[in-house]
Ligand binder design. Structure first.
Ligand SMILES: [Mn+2]
Length: 355
């Protein structure tokens, strides 16, 4: 059968896991835990396992060492799961009291105890089952049972296959959540393998996952002030050219890096957004990879520190992203001129070097 062929490597450990939840783990209490700042892959894996355990009458709680990240919160809200798991997802304060009576842990989407934050020291004495898709880490050796496959592109992919092999229904929202976990970790299938697609096919066909819904709940929703800042930045663009390079300048008072990214998407090779914050000015720069390649100029290493000095402050960053904070009291027009002259000079001298 399709599933069995897929799961050759992990089939045995999944079967053992399913055996255990139908025998020795019945009546026990289990904590499902995951890494700090739980992402949708971690949350989906934890909740789907929690659902499976509930169905076989094993009491379980999901303990998040330091909560979940923003996108996970959005996903939970959009699937209307927040309310449903209000009592099942707990924080460390409540977890600490419950921990004494815990018989077993399931650690998901984590290969090293460091990723568990302060939780790591609480759980060092407890037996645990590891469900993970990272390279084998420190947790491997100590695990009571390992269901791991570093060829799987997400833990949700592994958990989906546990659910499929288990053979019972999952609520549609949970199957969709697993699919969202897969989409998130594969960056919407950029890193997918044949196995990912097979799992997704099974998840949709047999467990009722909703693909369009899974896509839409991951969509980042931009706050209205950010949209307005981007549009204002676009409205105020000053376009300049150095040879074939298009350099764009603008000014806004918030969301500078979002605005700079938006302007690169509009077509600029590099964008600089200037903002004033009380006595300080800030210049946020973004450049395309091709800009760094052709000019040999790194914003963080070359341009921004130089501008920082020039404007009475400091600057730094990475090749394609940098920032300057300074005290110069010039107006925007003057700052734009200073930045552009500096950039021109640098490009000229670095292309001379290249010759
Ligand atoms: Mn993951």
């Amino acid at each position: 059968m399709l599933l069995e062929r897929y799961w050759n490597e992990n089939l045995e450990s999944i079967k053992r896991f399913l055996e255990k939840i139908h025998s020795e783990l019945i009546g026990k209490t289990i904590f499902i835990i995951t890494h700090r700042n739980a992402d949708p892959d971690a949350i989906a894996s934890a909740i789907a396992l929690h659902e499976i355990l509930q169905k076989v009458k094993i009491r379980s709680y999901i303990l998040l060492p330091e909560g979940m990240n923003e996108i996970s919160k959005q996903v939970m809200e959009k699937l209307e799961l927040g309310e449903k798991y209000k009592y099942s997802i707990i924080d460390l304060r409540r977890g600490e009291r419950l921990l004494i009576n815990i018989d077993m842990l399931i650690i998901v989407d984590t290969n090293n105890p460091e990723q568990l934050g302060i939780l790591a020291h609480y759980i060092s004495e407890k037996p645990f089952i590891l469900v993970d898709h990272h390279q084998p880490g420190k947790l491997w050796r100590k695990a009571y049972l390992v269901i791991s496959d570093h060829n799987a592109r997400s833990t949700s992919e592994i958990v989906a296959n546990i659910a499929l092999l288990w053979g019972h229904d999952l609520p549609k929202s949970i199957s969709t959540l697993l699919l969202a976990g897969i989409l998130y970790d594969t960056r919407r299938f950029i890193y997918a393998t044949k196995r990912t697609f097979l799992t997704v096919y099974n998840l949709i066909s047999f467990l009722g996952a909703d693909y369009l819904k899974a896509q839409s709940i991951l969509q980042h929703e931009m706050p209205i002030p950010e949209k307005i800042a981007r549009l204002k930045a676009a409205q105020r663009i000053v376009i300049k050219k150095i040879d074939d390079l298009i350099i764009a300048y603008s000014h806004v008072s918030a969301y500078e890096s979002s605005c700079a990214r938006a302007i690169l998407e509009l077509g600029a090779d590099a964008a600089f957004i200037i903002s004033r914050h009380k006595e300080k000015i800030r210049i946020v720069g973004r450049a395309k990879q091709s800009f760094v390649r052709t000019t040999g100029i790194s914003l963080g290493r070359d341009l921004m520190p130089y501008l920082g000095e020039l404007l009475g402050g400091s600057g730094g960053g990475h090749d394609t992203a940098g920032v300057v904070e300074a005290t110069a009291k010039y107006d925007f027009k003057r700052i734009i001129n200073i930045v552009h002259k500096a950039l021109e000079k640098m490009i000229l001298s670095s292309s001379k070097q290249a010759l």
